[in-house]
Design a protein around this ligand. Structure first.
Ligand code: NAD
Length: 441
């Protein structure tokens, strides 16, 4: 089986490497020449644990190639995965320009039957649009190649993407074509044998499952975050509440960790996109809309809390705040919609100076936070960041922060505020050294 993966980002690259690991010949294609050059030189351009080793192995085995040529990728592949970005537009709807561009490109170079698989997260109806787009160009070309469109949404988590693609909870395949279904079964043969649950359905249902899943998880996070605000006021402990809730098999303890709000490249954009899809069809997703609003509120509540605890006049002039962790979650360099961006900007607006450190997110943070660069210093490690700071904020729970020597942190600080927005230190004795504030505890 020859596979082409178009778009070599967090999803496409991992997917391509895993397909090669499953024994297929794979070309990973991208329009960014620098990225492909780096990959051809054997370097993974993103931070994703375990990916480099698996990529090296499959390149050496001769199954994995990288290209900037859509012509070569299309011509040589039986199955073409579209894994390009679908960022949000101003109104919250998903921007489909990259997906449709790829559909046109594929159609231009199609040289026989192909299965075109949409792996990008796309609004319901996109499968049909991709089909029409390809057919129109084939008609213009005056050729009669046949093809099928499949929706195969991706559920990987950044930071655990390799694991998630090797052992997914489920594989969702939406298609009306028996031929495409049989080919997709062959593509995922390894997972089939390992008894991964498969769901075969129509394209629209598959497209909606992805949004429905992400929106549900976002709702769960916003729910526990709002309860955390109440827990703080009434003397309850949100971690214990979440534990007690999670013991109920119908609820599960996952995604019940109170924090500074969700971020990343999926939840913020996918919640807005499904709300937009609903509106366009005359419905209102009140629960999802509320989760979006609660998430925005949560981020500003974090700024309010720091200001309220550290200042009498509502300003942080002269205060230095160490922010540990910038990426939206641990084990990734992805800063898209990370809560750190809003919270750091909010603190700077109140007059604070920031000393930031993140194991992998700083490169991207530097341009995403360019507007306030004068007030941010990027430090070499967590201990440099806390030196002479008035407060420390744990923004993202990287493992190395969990193990920090809090006595050493305390000795080197100017004042002793510790805002633990991930509640990682709650059970540590040494938090007695600090004016300690978690979320919902
Ligand atoms: P990304 O921005 O990391 O990667 C997209 C890549 O596509 C980029 O490298 C870009 O250069 C390339 N590209 C754009 N136009 C192209 C074209 N015409 N031809 C070839 N390449 C092109 O995005 P991502 O995070 O990998 O997400 C891809 C899709 O998967 C999105 O729809 C996203 O919602 C979905 N998704 C993402 C995740 C995640 O955790 N990142 C998880 C599940 C689903």
């Amino acid at each position: 089986m020859n596979i082409g993966v178009i778009g070599t980002g967090y999803v496409g690259l991992v997917q391509g490497v895993i397909m090669a690991e499953f024994g297929m010949n794979v070309i990973c294609m991208d329009v960014i020449e620098e990225k492909i050059l780096q990959l051809q030189q054997g370097k993974v351009p993103i931070y994703e644990p375990g990916l480099q080793e698996l990529m090296d192995k499959n390149v050496q085995a001769g199954r994995l190639h990288f290209s900037t040529s859509i012509k070569e990728t299309t011509e040589k592949s039986d199955v073409l995965f579209i894994a390009v970005g679908t960022p949000p537009k101003e109104d919250g709807s998903a921007d489909l320009q990259y997906v449709l561009q790829v559909a046109q490109d594929i159609a231009r170079y199609m040289n026989g039957y192909k299965v075109v698989v949409d792996k990008s997260t796309v609004p319901v109806g996109t499968g049909k649009l991709v089909k029409e787009t390809i057919q129109n160009i084939l008609d213009e070309r005056g050729v009669e190649y046949t093809f099928d469109v499949v929706s195969n949404p991706e559920f990987l988590r950044e930071g655990k993407a390799v694991h998630d693609c090797l052992t997914p909870d489920r594989v969702v395949i939406g298609t009306e074509s028996e031929k495409a279904k049989a080919i997709m079964k062959k593509v995922y043969d390894v997972l089939f044998i390992n008894q991964t649950p498969f769901l075969f359905t129509n394209i629209e249902t598959a497209e909606m499952i992805k949004y429905a899943s992400n929106a549900f998880l976002a709702v769960k996070i916003s729910y526990i975050n709002e309860l955390a605000l109440v827990a703080e006021k009434v003397g309850a402990d949100i971690q214990e509440i979440a534990r007690g809730m999670g013991m109920d098999g119908r609820i599960s303890p996952k995604f019940l960790h109170a924090g500074p709000g969700y971020g990343g490249s999926c939840f913020p954009k996918d919640t807005k996109a499904i709300a937009d899809i609903a509106r366009k069809h005359g419905e209102e997703l009140k629960v999802v809309e509320a989760a979006i609003a609660a998430n925005e509120k949560q981020k500003s509540k974090m700024v309010d809390k720091v200001v309220a605890k550290m200042s009498d006049d509502g300003f942080l002039q002269g205060k230095t705040i160490a922010v540990l962790g910038l990426s939206f979650k641990p084990d990734t360099d992805d800063m898209r919609d990370a809560p750190s961006i809003n919270i750091i900007s909010g603190l700077i607006n109140k007059g604070a100076t920031i000393k930031a450190y993140c194991p992998e997110g700083m490169k991207e943070a530097k341009w995403r936070l360019k507007a306030c660069e004068k007030n941010i210093s990027y430090m070499k490690n967590e201990y440099d960041a806390v030196a002479d700071a008035d407060a420390v904020i744990i923004m993202t729970e990287w493992h190395q922060f969990r193990g920090m020597d809090l006595q050493k942190v305390h000795i080197n600080m100017r004042d002793n505020y510790l805002f633990d927005l991930r509640n990682i230190f709650k059970k540590k004795e040494d938090i007695k050294l600090f004016k300690y504030y978690g979320v919902g505890i």
